[in-house]
Write a protein that binds this ligand. Structure first.
Ligand SMILES: CSCCC(=O)/C(O)=C/O
Ligand SMILES: [Fe+2]
Ligand code: NI
Length: 184
C-alpha cells in the first residue's frame, strides 16, 4: 500500500504524520504543491516493454500531455537482475532538482520518493497505480532499493528527457531508505 510520512528535516526518526490512505496522502501532498493520484491499472504482461506500457496508458498520457504540454515520454523498467541497478540506485539517491515538473506514473512495482520542501521532508512510498507530479525546482531523491522492481512512465516537457541538477546536500543519507517488505 502507498504511504506518506512527513518528517521535520531535523528528525528523520519520528514522523510528524503518517498515512496509507490515498485521500489523506493526496491532501497533504496537495497542500505542499505536489499532485498525487491513484489510477486504475490496465492489463499488462509481467514485464511489459516500454511500448506496451505506453500503449496501455495512451489515453492517460494524452490527457497529461494536453494539461501540461509534455513533449517526451519514456519508461523506466528496473528488476532485481538489472546489471546497472547499483549505479542507477546511487544516481537517483542524491538530492536533486529538475527545471521541469517530475511526472511519474507507476505501472508496476514500487519505489520511495522523498521530497525536501521547506523545513519538512515528505517520504512517499509509491506503488503500482500511483501518479506523482513534483513541481520543478523541488529538492528530492528516489530510492529503488537494492533489489529494484518497478516500471514507471515518465513525462517531460524537455524533449531531451531526464536532466537533474544535484544540490550537493547529503540529507538523503540521514533519511530512511526503501526497505523490502515496506510496501506490504
Ligand atoms: C521512478 S522514475 C525514476 C526516477 C526518476 O526519474 C527521478 O527523477 C527521480 O528523482
Ligand atoms: Fe528526480
Ligand atoms: Ni516486474
Amino acid at each position: 500500500m502507498s504511504r506518506l510520512r512527513i518528517f521535520s528535516e531535523s528528525d528523520s526518526h519520528v514522523p510528524l504524520f503518517a498515512s496509507r490512505e490515498a485521500s489523506a496522502i493526496a491532501d497533504q501532498l496537495g497542500a505542499a504543491g505536489v499532485r498525487f493520484e491513484q489510477w486504475p491499472l490496465r492489463p499488462l504482461p509481467e514485464k511489459p516493454s516500454p511500448e506496451q506500457a505506453i500503449e496501455a496508458y495512451a489515453e492517460d498520457i494524452q490527457r497529461l500531455k494536453d494539461e501540461g504540454g509534455y513533449q517526451a515520454v519514456d519508461v523506466v523498467s528496473l528488476h532485481p537482475e538489472h546489471p546497472d541497478r547499483e549505479a542507477l540506485r546511487k544516481k537517483f539517491l542524491n538530492e536533486h532538482t529538475h527545471s521541469e515538473d517530475e511526472v511519474r506514473f507507476f505501472v508496476a512495482g514500487s519505489g520511495l520518493f522523498t521530497l525536501h520542501i521547506g523545513e519538512k521532508v515528505f517520504e512517499v512510498l509509491c506503488e503500482a497505480g500511483d501518479l506523482i507530479s513534483v513541481p520543478h525546482g523541488t529538492r528530492h531523491w528516489f530510492d529503488m532499493g537494492p533489489t529494484p522492481h518497478f516500471v514507471a512512465i515518465r513525462l517531460f516537457t524537455n524533449p531531451a528527457g531526464w536532466v537533474a541538477n544535484f544540490t550537493g546536500d547529503d540529507i538523503a543519507e540521514r533519511f530512511p531508505r526503501f526497505e523490502l517488505g515496506q510496501a506490504a
